[in-house]
Design a protein around this ligand. Structure first.
Ligand code: NAD
Length: 460
C-alpha cells in the first residue's frame, strides 16, 4: 500500500478497535486498522473472553456428567485435555475467520505490524506513514504480574493458562476477580485442588457484598478454598511444584504447595513504546487519559478499550466505546457513557452478574434505598437444573431501579433484562406488572420485583 491517507486509523484490532473500525466504515469513512498480531481480534478473541468461555463450556459438561445421576442418567466421563484445548482453538479460529471476513467486507484496510503514533495525527509502521484525520488508540492491555515475579512453566497468567498443555492437579490462584474465579471454576470442574487468595476482604470484591457472600458459599460447596483479606508474601517455582506463601492479618504465614500458580491480579495498559507520550498524550498510571467523549489530550486522537482510563475493562464496554468514537468522528452527537449502566458478568460457576449501583454505592451517593433479595431455590426451574443463587434488587424509595445483582445459573444471560430496567430508569411497580414465562430462571427477577412491589407470589 502507498503512504495512505485515511479518515480513521485505528491502532489495535481488539474489541474496541474493531468495533470502531466497523462502525466508522459503516458511516462511510475510509478506515485502516493496524495490528501487530498475525490474527485480528485482540485479547478478547485470542486470549480472553472467547477461549476462556470455551474452556468453561467444557468444564460445565464435566460438571453435568459428574452430577448426571441427579437427573437419572448413569454416565461417567474423563477429561481429554488436548481435545478440550482443540475445541477451544477451533472456536477461536472460527471467530477470527468471521471477523477477518467482516473487516474485509466493510472494505477496511488491515496493516500488520507494530504501529507508532506520530504527530499529525498519523501512525508510523515499518517506515511508512499512514496519515489520518482521526486516530483511535485501542492497544489494549496485558496480564499484570506481582512485583519481582516472572512467568515460568509453573507461574502463569491467563495467557499461558489458556494454552498450557498439562492440566494441573492443584492450583493456587492469586486474585478473586473475574479471571481468578473463572479459572477456579475450570480447574475445579476438572478435578484439581483449587485455592484462591484474594487481598481484599472478600472474593468478587467489586460486587455487592451479598453477592460475594453467596458466591463464597457456593465455591466452598464445590470444594474451592478461597481466602480473602490475605497478603501473598512469596511465590516460588521450585521446579516440580510451586510454593505460595501468604498471611492473613493476625495469623502466622502459611505456604501452599501446588502444581501451578495462576496470577490473576488485573490487567495493565499497553501504552509504552507506541509513541503516545511523545505525541502529547497524557497518561494516568499508564492508561490513556480521556474526556467524557473519549478524546485524548492530543487533537483528533481518541482512545477506547482497556488502554483508556475509563472505569471498566470489559469487551462489551469496548464495543460501546468503539462505536461511540466512530459516530463522534462522523459528526454525530453521542451522549457520554454511564458506566454503571454497563452489565458486569463473571462466567464462574455459579455465574455472577450485575448492573447499576451496589447497595453500598447507592447509599454513598445519598439515595434513600430499598432492597429485596430473592433466593433461586424457590423457583421450580432452578430446582430442575439443580442450582441455587440469589437476585438482589436495589431501588430508590418511591423511585427507580438503581441496581440488580445476581449469583446463580445463567445470570450472565438474565442480566440483559436488568440492563434495560436500570438504563430506562424503570420503577419496581411497573416491572412487577410484567409476568415472566413459567417455569424459567427469569422468574427470579420477576419474583424479586413482585416482592419489592409489596406483592410477593412464591415468597412471604
Ligand atoms: P480484577 O481486577 O477483576 O481482579 C483482580 C483481583 O486480584 C482483585 O480482586 C484484586 O484485589 C486482587 N489482587 C490484586 N493484587 C493481589 C495480591 N497481591 N494478592 C491477592 N490478590 C490480589 O482483574 P482480573 O480478574 O485479572 O481481570 C482483568 C480485567 O479483565 C478486569 O477488568 C476484568 O473485569 C476483566 N475480565 C472480565 C471478564 C468478564 O467480564 N467475564 C473475564 C475476565 C477478565
Amino acid at each position: 500500500m502507498a503512504e495512505g491517507t485515511y479518515d480513521v486509523v485505528v491502532l489495535g484490532s481488539g474489541t474496541g478497535g474493531y468495533a470502531c473500525a466497523l462502525r466508522a466504515a459503516e458511516l462511510g469513512k475510509r478506515v485502516a486498522v493496524i495490528e501487530r498480531d498475525d490474527r485480528l481480534g485482540g485479547t478478547c478473541l485470542l486470549r480472553g473472553c472467547i477461549p476462556s468461555k470455551a474452556l468453561l463450556e467444557s468444564a460445565a459438561v464435566m460438571d453435568r456428567i459428574n452430577r448426571s445421576e441427579e437427573w437419572g442418567i448413569r454416565a461417567s466421563g474423563e477429561v481429554d485435555w488436548p481435545k478440550v484445548l482443540e475445541a477451544e482453538r477451533h472456536i477461536v479460529e472460527k471467530k477470527v475467520a468471521g471477523l477477518t471476513g467482516l473487516i474485509k467486507a466493510r472494505k477496511i484496510d488491515v496493516v500488520h505490524g507494530t504501529g507508532k503514533l506520530a504527530a499529525g495525527p498519523a501512525v508510523e509502521i515499518d517506515g511508512r506513514t499512514l496519515r489520518a484525520a482521526d486516530v483511535v488508540l485501542a492497544t489494549g492491555s496485558y496480564p499484570r504480574l506481582l512485583p519481582d515475579l516472572e512467568v515460568t512453566d509453573r507461574i502463569i497468567t491467563s495467557d499461558q493458562a489458556l494454552v498450557r498443555e498439562e492440566l494441573p492437579a492443584s492450583v493456587v490462584i492469586i486474585g478473586a476477580g473475574a479471571i481468578g474465579l473463572e479459572f477456579a471454576t475450570v480447574y475445579a470442574s476438572f478435578g484439581a485442588k483449587v485455592t484462591v487468595l484474594e487481598a481484599l476482604p472478600r472474593i468478587a470484591p467489586l460486587e455487592d457484598e451479598d453477592l460475594s457472600r453467596e458466591a463464597a458459599r457456593a465455591f466452598k460447596k464445590k470444594g474451592i478454598e478461597a481466602f480473602a483479606g490475605v497478603k501473598v508474601t512469596g511465590v516460588k517455582d521450585a521446579g516440580d511444584h510451586v510454593e505460595v506463601t501468604h498471611e492473613a492479618e493476625g495469623k502466622k504465614s502459611e505456604t501452599i504447595t501446588a502444581d501451578v500458580c495462576l496470577v490473576a491480579v488485573g490487567r495493565g495498559p499497553n501504552s509504552r513504546g507506541v509513541g503516545y507520550e511523545e505525541s502529547g498524550i497524557e497518561l494516568d498510571r499508564g492508561y490513556v487519559k480521556v474526556d467524557g467523549q473519549l478524546q485524548t489530550t492530543a487533537a483528533h486522537v481518541w482512545a477506547v478499550g482497556d488502554v483508556a482510563a475509563t472505569p471498566l475493562q470489559l469487551a462489551h464496554s469496548s464495543f460501546l466505546e468503539g462505536m461511540a468514537v466512530a459516530e463522534r468522528i462522523a459528526g454525530q452527537e453521542v451522549p457520554e457513557i454511564d458506566y454503571a449502566g454497563i452489565p458486569r458478568v463473571t462466567f464462574s460457576s455459579p455465574e455472577i452478574s450485575s448492573v447499576g449501583l451496589t447497595e453500598a454505592q447507592a447509599k454513598e451517593r445519598g439515595h434513600e434505598v430499598v432492597t429485596t433479595k430473592f433466593n433461586f431455590q424457590v423457583l421450580a426451574k432452578a430446582n430442575i437444573v439443580g442450582e441455587g443463587g440469589l437476585v438482589k434488587v436495589v431501588a430508590e424509595k418511591d423511585g427507580p431501579v438503581l441496581g440488580v445483582h445476581m449469583v446463580g445459573p445463567h445470570v450472565t444471560e438474565l442480566i440483559a433484562e436488568a440492563t434495560l430496567m436500570y438504563n430506562w430508569e424503570a420503577w419496581p411497580a411497573d416491572v412487577a406488572r410484567l409476568i415472566h414465562p413459567h417455569p424459567t430462571l427469569s422468574e427470579g427477577i420477576g419474583e424479586a420485583f413482585l416482592s419489592l412491589a409489596g406483592k410477593p407470589l412464591h415468597t412471604m
